[in-house]
Design a binder for this molecule. Structure first.
Ligand SMILES: NC(=O)C1=CN([C@@H]2O[C@H](COP(=O)(O)OP(=O)(O)OC[C@H]3O[C@@H](n4cnc5c(N)ncnc54)[C@H](O)[C@@H]3O)[C@@H](O)[C@H]2O)[C@@H](O)CC1
Ligand SMILES: [K+]
Length: 530
């Protein structure tokens, strides 16, 4: 599903009005009506229920006034708290405020001396609270007079439905500076905003409902370049099926190059993951003295022993040994457990420059380019990079903390500049392609913050690429399946004790879940209504 920034949403609204002639008041009516409908569906019987609506002075507040009116008409006792001078309302919000008054209803003024106290009393008895303070127009921090209102709401334990976006959350970045409304349900209009699915924003959203407010379909559908929330439906449409006549040659041969003394497990995890993600054949190339260990650990994987340094890391000579064998492979995954021996770094640089195979570069494969990211553009084959924030920061020569609130932009810029698909890992992994596609992952959990899960991801992506997906889809489907395998493992075992090996076993279940089940729709907490 496409994701938009506040500016993109405003542009869609503008085009709906100017190019298609849909009046803005119609959009607002639809928006508010959906909110009322969602509230009504949660309340069961509306008549007699107590509803508090918190309205700001912008159009988000206008939506809240429409919802208030519909719930009142259905018999609810509705109190509207206005966080603005009624005289300051403009446009469609003013129109709806006027209608509300002509219905004989009034406002409680939140910013009056007794406003906060009255609000606290009202929510103490409310069945539901609607948050229509700020929507996509919000930037920065809640004003000091609004902060205690939001704190009181969050402490109240009431059921909260946010209009378009929880107030205090930035639509573009997902950042919360200070406090924001913690909603149980967020009803968002037309398309989900980026900040609703990025961390930490996603934690404030609750269940996310995307509703149709009559924005013309051509403006909101689209399969071209843009940002997408990776859902099970998308991934399902990309995964290859297995024809009855299939043989192992149809699903690619993945070469994994990695491992070193003390880190042989990383390369083994990558190789095993490639098999679990459907690769027809997998060969693991490791330093010579570790070949037997690898072969003992992995029954179904073929192994190669390559020249090594006295310290047990791959040496430059490994490239000459490997070169004549390359034509038999479909995709190469380079990096897991390599170490940072100067000879190994040299080997990685030569391989990236010269290898004539699609290449997934991870871990120490990426670290070999620390501060020299420009060298990544000197190569002859397509590349997928899978840095975690620390590796990305090292590549760019900046501090990891500098990347936190611009993960999407950083991944997109890197993908464009390096001409590679970039997978920036973390909560809500971002996948960006050089031709302008971005995916934000919807699966995964904090239990996956444990050694080896990144190695598993590399194997999954390599396997999907080897099965014929294009590099963006291979990376995007890879992060989705990998996260889903982690979610399945966490469901069974909890998060704390989850280990990378648990993901291996659940990769086939994740694949089956995506291709067979409808329930993936709910798994990422997002539904489309209308
Ligand atoms: N045609 C449209 O544009 C539609 C807009 N809709 C609603 O309109 C919303 C956007 O409305 P608006 O653009 O009026 O803005 P909002 O209602 O989101 O925000 C209200 C005001 O808050 C101010 N503000 C921003 N950051 C602030 C801060 N840190 N402290 C204090 N004040 C701050 C802004 O200047 C803005 O005027 C959407 O989220 C959606 O709910 C819907 O009614 C559907 C149609
Ligand atoms: K809101």
């Amino acid at each position: 599903m496409r994701l938009v920034t506040a500016a993109e949403m405003r542009e869609i609204d503008r085009r709906a009005m100017e190019e298609y002639g849909i009046p803005s008041i119609v959009l607002m009516e639809n928006a508010g009506r959906w909110v009322a409908q969602v509230v009504a569906s949660r309340l069961g019987r509306v008549a007699g229920k107590r509803v508090v609506v918190l309205c700001g002075r912008g159009n988000n507040g206008g939506d809240g006034l429409v919802a208030a009116r519909h719930l009142w008409q259905q018999g609810a006792q509705v109190k509207v708290f206005l966080a603005a001078d009624p005289e300051s309302l403009r446009g469609d919000a003013l129109t709806n405020a006027t209608i509300w008054r002509r219905l004989g209803q009034d406002f409680y003024l939140l910013l009056s001396p007794t406003g906060l106290q009255a609000f606290k009393l009202a929510i103490a008895r409310a069945d539901v609270v609607i948050d229509a303070l700020y929507g996509t127009g919000f930037r920065g921090e809640l004003p000091p007079e609004i902060r205690p209102v939001v704190e009181a709401l969050n402490a109240s334990g009431r059921f909260v439905v946010a209009v378009d976006i929880p107030s205090g959350l930035e639509a573009d970045t997902g950042q919360v500076r200070g406090v924001a409304v913690v909603a149980h349900v967020t009803v968002t209009f037309g398309l989900p905003k980026l900040g609703l699915v990025l961390e930490p924003g996603a934690r404030y959203v609750g269940e996310l409902l995307v509703v149709d407010i009559s924005l013309p379909l051509p403006l909101i559908t689209g399969t071209g370049p843009g940002r997408y929330y990776l859902t099970g439906e998308m991934v399902r449409s990309w995964l290859p099926s297995r024809p009855p006549t299939a043989h192992k040659g149809n699903f690619g041969h993945v070469l994994v190059v990695g491992g070193s003394r003390g880190m042989i497990g990383a390369a083994c995890l990558t190789a095993a993951a490639a098999l679990r993600a459907g690769a027809g054949l997998v060969t693991l190339a490791v330093p010579r003295s570790w070949q037997e260990t690898a072969a003992t650990k992995l029954t179904e994987v073929m192994t190669l022993g390559l020249p090594e340094t006295p310290e047990g890391q791959l040496s430059c000579a490994a490239w000459e040994s490997l070169k004549p064998l390359l034509p038999r492979f479909t995709v190469c995954a380079l990096g897991p457990g390599l170490g940072r021996h100067p000879e190994t770094v040299e080997l990685v640089k030569r391989m990236v420059a010269e290898i004539d195979l699609p290449l997934v570069l991870d871990a120490d494969g990426i670290n070999a380019f620390a501060g020299e990211a420009h060298l990544l553009t000197r190569r002859s084959s397509p590349l997928i990079l899978t840095p975690h924030p620390g590796e990305m920061a090292r590549l760019l020569g900046v501090k990891a903390a500098e990347l936190t609130d611009k993960r999407v932009e950083v991944a997109e810029k890197a993908a464009r500049e390096w001409g590679a698909v970039v997978v920036l890992k973390g909560a809500r992994t971002v996948v960006a392609s050089p031709d302008g596609y971005t995916g934000i992952n919807s699966t995964g959990n904090p239990g996956m913050a444990t050694g080896g899960t990144g190695d598993v991801l590399t194997g999954v992506i390599a396997a999907l690429w080897a099965q014929g997906l294009d590099p963006f889809r291979a990376a995007a489907a890879g992060v989705y399946l990998h996260g889903l395998a982690g979610d399945l493992a966490a469901k069974e075992k909890g998060e704390a004790g989850l280990i990378a090996g648990d993901l291996l076993e659940r990769l086939p279940l994740a694949w089956r879940r995506v291709t067979e089940a409808e329930e993936v729709r709910e798994e990422h907490g997002l539904s489309r209504l209308g």
